[in-house]
Design a binder for this molecule. Structure first.
Ligand code: BTN
Length: 257
């Protein structure tokens, strides 16, 4: 059952400028901030991307936010929150803009093959004593120039629209959608409630992929995501493997997707 009371983003802390909303959410979590607290910034001075990369965070044009959740489920389920939020964000953008979004497993959101949103989910340092998860999301919204490194790979929403987007309206939509998805996740204990909808967005479905495993790279065909979040891939000899997000990366056979 879905609660009527909006708890995701009910507590909302807004910054004109911050190092990183993920860092700030962690500082607030340590001071006891509530489940569902939302940290938003207009600009990040040290935006964090995955794998220790930087997340370009120019002022005013994009959405940068982090949601703090204090789950009642076990810590080994936390990695699924990254697919869950990707689903919530993609569906929210779709419903406001009618754009056709795609998800590159596990959680990059793409628009016409280019990345428009990145997600960085981080755990508390000591989940046994104090378990919380920080779900950080950066959405490229308005006109901007990307660095040389990104210009081929990244895009922003308004490049594909004839109108501007209200960042506030989109953020509110995401808070509502994430609450629904989160409650479904808690009830089911996995991603079952969003699985079909996630698959409709999944760009890798039945696509040839290159698995970047630190133990060795190999080619495969991505088949589906399991309700527990692993990607099922079929190897060239027909055998099946399950890929865990975080342990390996998945690329297209000849490029990013
Ligand atoms: C990626 O590398 O794809 C993940 C990027 C995540 C960026 C967001 S922006 C808001 C939040 N705060 C951060 O420092 N990072 C995340």
């Amino acid at each position: 059952m879905c609660s009527q009371q909006q708890w995701v983003g009910e507590e909302r802390i807004y910054y004109k400028e911050i190092d990183s909303t993920n860092l700030e959410a962690r500082r607030l979590a340590r001071k006891g901030a509530a489940h569902g607290t939302l940290v938003v910034a207009e600009k990040q001075l040290a935006g964090k991307g995955r794998r220790g990369r930087q997340w370009e965070s120019p002022e005013g044009v994009n959405i940068y936010f982090s949601i703090l959740v204090r789950p009642t489920f076990l810590v080994d389920k936390a990695s699924m929150l990254t697919m869950l939020i990707a689903h919530s964000v993609a569906k929210s953008i779709e419903s406001i803009t009618q754009l056709k979004l795609q998800i590159k497993w596990p959680n990059d959101i793409l628009l016409q093959g280019k990345k428009v949103c990145g997600i960085l989910t981080e755990l508390s340092e000591n989940p046994i004593d104090d378990f919380y998860v920080i779900i950080g999301v950066g959405i490229n919204v308005g006109p901007q120039e990307f660095s040389k490194e990104l210009e081929e790979k990244a895009t922003y929403l308004e490049a594909h629209l004839n109108t501007t987007i209200s960042k506030e309206v989109l953020l509110d939509k995401i808070m509502k959608k994430f609450q629904i998805d989160y409650e479904g996740f808690v009830k089911q204990g996995d991603l079952s409630a969003v699985l079909q909808s996630y698959h409709e967005l999944l760009v890798n479905k039945d696509a040839k992929v290159r698995i970047l495993d630190p133990k060795g790279e190999y080619n495969a065909v991505a088949r589906r995501m399991l309700p527990t979040g692993e990607l099922e891939v079929e190897l060239l000899d027909g055998s099946i493997e399950y890929i865990y997000a975080g342990e390996v990366s998945v690329r297209g056979e000849f490029g990013y997707i």
